[in-house]
Design a protein. Structure first.
Length: 86
């Protein structure tokens, strides 16, 4: 394995290289964390949407009261007449 730091270089040069390497590694970790956070957010949103779709599907599959043969005769229209007197 090749060393990234040459022991023959000055300590200042070695430190500069080490700082540059550590900064690059920190950027990479931060980037991966942001991407995994975004991926988790997308997964979570998909799960919530799936639940919402299931609930709405169940609501749509329920028969409307006028379509239900058991309760069809229970619904009547009431007509109210008002007489205005003098």
């Amino acid at each position: 394995m090749t060393s990234l730091i040459n022991p023959a270089e000055s300590p200042e040069r070695q430190n500069g290289k080490l700082i540059k390497i550590s900064q690059a590694l920190m950027r990479k970790v931060a980037q991966n964390t942001e991407q995994s956070g975004f991926a988790y957010h997308q997964f979570e949103r998909a799960a919530l949407l799936e639940t919402e779709v299931q609930q709405r599907t169940l609501e749509l599959e329920r028969p409307e009261p006028q379509d239900d043969p058991v309760t069809a005769g229970c619904h009547t229209n009431l007509r109210v007449s008002v007489t205005v007197g003098a």
